[in-house]
Each structure stands twice: as C-alpha cells, then as structure tokens.
Design a protein around this ligand. Structure first.
Ligand SMILES: Cc1ncc(COP(=O)(O)O)c(C=O)c1O
Length: 457
C-alpha cells in the first residue's frame, strides 16, 4: 500500500453523479422504508449494492456493440462468442442465456427433481432456489474453519472434502445429481477456491461417477488468487488457469454480468451429448434459438470481447488489489471486516461494529442505512434481514452472521470514490455507540430483503 495503484484505464465518457445533502438522504431513506433497494439510483452517490451487471464496458466492447449481427440464426456475433467460449471451456455445447439463473433453471431443471441432491462449497441463492424449485435438495459443505470470519486462509472458499465424501455416502451416489463448485465463493465472502481442491473434487466425482459443475461467474478473479497463492501457478497465464479449472469440470454455468464484463448475459456450457441436446431443447423453448438464446447479437459481441479483456493481467491486478485496498483501509480504522478480503466485495461484521444493537433490531440493516445517510453509499445487508427465519412464536431465528456487503462494480469507481467511502466510516465510528435499531413493518413471504419496509426505533 506504499504506492498508488492507478486505474489501468482512463475516462472517455462520464456519467454525472448527483451530490445530495444528508437531510435529502434522510428523507429519501424514510420514503424508501429504510430499505436501500427501494431508493432511486439518482439519490445514490456511490452504489456498492452489487457487482452484477453494474460494470463499465470498454471502448472495444462499445465498438463491438455497433457491429453486432442481429440475424436470427448463425449470426457473426454468435460465432465470435462461441469461438471464444469454446477455446476457454473446451466444451462442445455452448448455450447463450439472458443471465446466470436462466442457465441454472435449464440445467438444474433437467438434473433435479424430488429425491435428488446437489452438493456444493456454497450454493448461491438463485442456484439453491432453482434446485429447490424442482423438489431437489441443496447442501453447502464448507469447512468449519472457513466460518471463522477472521481466520486467514488462502483458499477460504474451498469445499470440505471429508464432508463431501460423507454426504455422497449418506445420500447414496445414485441420488446425487451433481457437485457444484462456485468460484469465487460469492456467498462465503467472494473467497477463492484452489485448483487442488477442484482437482480433489474431480477425483471424488470420478470415483462415484458424479457430474461436476463449475459455477464460474467470477472465474477470472479466482484465477488471479490461484496464480498468486497456489504453488506451481505463478508462471501460468490467468486464462490458462481458468482453462485448467474448466478442464476438470463437466459443465459450466456463468452469469456473464460479472467476469463476462457485460451488463446482461449468461452461459451454459456442457460436454455430454445427451445432456447438451436436452438443454438445447429447453433453451429453444424458454430462451431463444441456439445461436442467440436470450441475447441480442450486440450483447454477444460485447460478451465475447469482455471474456477476453477480463484476463488482462493489469486489469485483474487492479481489480483484486483495489477491492483489498478498501478492506485493508477499513481494517486499519478498526472496522471489523471479513478476512482475508475476497475478490469482488468487502464484508463488514455489523454485529461486532454495532454491538449495542441486538440482532432482532438488525444491526446490519442499520449500518446499511447509516452508510447511505452519512455518505450516499448504497450497499446490502447479508444477515438476519436476508437469511433470518421465524420460529412458531414468530420469534426471529437469526442468521449465522450480521454482515454488510460493499460490492465493487468493475471499472466504475476511481480511487477517490473508494477513499471517500473509507472516510465515511469515520462518521460510522462516531455513531457506533448510539442506541438505535430498526423493526420490520412490512415483509413479503419470500426474499424479504428486496421489498421489506422498516421503521426506526
Ligand atoms: C455465484 C453466482 N451464481 C449465479 C448467479 C446468478 O446470476 P444472475 O444474477 O445473472 O442470474 C450469481 C449472481 O450474483 C452468482 O453470484
């Protein structure tokens, strides 16, 4: 951190940000029921709600958009995307979808069903929802030590191999529909997965004749961590590392809104002929013809270019280091953050920071509100608002942790935006001992964090 890591790009087109006052933001937040999902983006100064679909495309991608071939069948832009993705995955069946969850719905709709089981390091919430929707069950198999928020481990996103073996024996191999490795492990703080771990999972899958799926929407970010942290990879290119990961798997699902560097798009890639044909049929019924799926020609062109740009060493170094910059500076200030810092986001331990706010008064949501009021920064609670449940007496069963996620959009904010974010935490430190909290006044039956409304206590 001695020298400034300058962004490896310069700005050619600007999108103005509206500077608002604290009293304006207080009013906006009250109108939004203290739920930043319900704010207008014009009222947000720095938007760290998600890194999904919020990145900036390059001049090459925008130029590619102008050359998008919108032919229904066999479009040039499709051929470009297919070539890039085949080279990366080595898979024969490349299916373009409108986003990641459409790929999940097609694949898990076919593999799932009542009595089937999916095993993963951690299922992302749309992955779990698509699996459970078919009647199947999804089990997360993280090592116990990875649940320690502060323990420094190089590959904290790995699956626990012993738990995996035990789960296969317990559920019986014939009921296991697939093993899914999510890289990086989004729901576990964007932590990376080692090649050694994926290789060991491959061996276990071979021994039991099981399918291995890579959920790789942040595959380039995972490649960065492997090159920096795993023995034997320092001389390999990021793309070669990604190809090696993919070479160990039977299928690849990708939300291209992350490392595809586009605002919308997804992929489903398969090796197996029978499954490939079945998924293709479902693609045609639900997304579109095989050579466009859920996408316009221009979207496919931009994705083909994005999937090449994302492996640029200067970009990846800037990407991972700039996320770490935010996390390391917050930690220096005494803000408890999940450690080590992952690839796409910094997670703050709100339970520890706001330890005077009881869990049933949602310390994470309170921190999200304070960051917005004090700095116009929007982020998301990943705690009992998102994952809490009720017992039969309507008493809250809290989530395991009360976190707040600051996700960094790709190539959007400069270091001064991040420095501003770090400084806003000075105001948060002043607030930390004030007795405050929130209660829910409206919540829908499912996925309540999106639309719930709160009142201040
Ligand atoms: C690991 C992972 N899988 C799947 C998805 C779903 O992708 P999409 O939002 O494009 O449907 C996401 C989105 O955040 C994700 O992070």
């Amino acid at each position: 951190m001695k020298r400034t890591l300058a962004e490896p790009f310069k700005i050619k087109m600007v999108e103005p940000l509206r500077v608002t006052t604290e009293s304006h933001r207080q009013q906006a937040l009250q109108t939004a029921g203290y739920n930043p999902f319900l704010l207008n983006s014009d009222d947000v100064f720095i938007d760290l709600l998600t890194d999904s679909g919020t990145g900036a495309m390059s001049e090459r991608q925008w130029a590619g958009m102008m050359q998008g071939d919108e032919s229904y069948a066999g479009a040039r832009s499709w051929k470009h995307l297919e070539t890039v993705v085949k080279q990366l995955t080595g898979m024969d069946y490349i299916l373009p979808t409108h986003q990641g969850r459409a790929a999940e719905r097609i694949l898990y709709g076919i593999l799932g069903g009542k009595g089937k089981v999916f095993l993963s390091n951690t299922h992302f919430d749309t992955t779990r929802a698509n699996i459970e929707f078919t009647g199947a069950s999804a089990f997360d198999l993280m090592p116990d030590q990875a649940l320690d928020l502060e323990l420094e481990l190089p590959f904290k996103g790995n699956i626990d191999l012993k738990k995996l073996e035990e789960a296969i024996t317990h559920h019986r191999p014939e009921n296991v529909a697939a093993v899914i490795m999510t890289v990086t492990n989004n729901s576990a703080g964007g932590q990376p997965v080692s090649m050694e771990n994926i290789r060991a999972v491959r061996t276990i899958c071979n021994n039991h004749n099981l399918m291995l799926v890579l959920d790789g929407c942040r595959i380039a970010e995972n490649s960065y961590f492997i090159k920096q942290r795993e023995a034997g990879y320092s001389d390999k290119t990021y793309e070669a590392i990604a190809r090696e990961m993919l070479g160990l798997c039977d299928a690849f699902v990708m939300s291209a809104k992350k490392d595809g560097m586009v605002n919308m798009g997804g992929l489903l890639c398969l090796r197996d002929d029978k499954l490939g044909r079945e998924c293709t049929n479902l693609l045609i019924i639900s997304e579109g013809f095989t050579t466009y799926g859920g996408l316009s020609g221009r979207d496919m062109e931009a994705m083909a270019i994005g999937l090449t740009e994302v492996f640029d060493p200067d970009y990846l170094h800037y990407r991972i280091r700039s996320t770490a910059y935010l996390g390391e500076h917050l930690r220096k200030k005494g803000i408890p953050v999940v450690w080590p810092i992952g690839g796409h986001a910094v997670y703050v331990d709100a339970k520890k920071l706001y330890n005077q706010i009881p869990v049933h008064q949602y310390p994470g949501q309170m921190l999200v509100c304070d960051l917005y009021t004090k700095g116009g920064i929007r982020c998301v609670e990943v705690g009992s608002v998102m994952f809490g449940k009720y017992d039969e007496n309507k008493k809250l069963i809290p989530a395991a942790h009360e976190l707040v996620r600051l996700a960094i959009p790709r190539r959007v904010y400069t270091q001064s935006h991040i420095d501003y974010t770090i400084e806003t935490f000075d105001d948060i430190l002043e607030l930390r001992h004030q007795p405050r909290g929130l209660r829910i006044v409206y919540e829908p039956p499912m996925l309540r964090h999106f639309t719930a409304r709160f009142e201040r206590l």
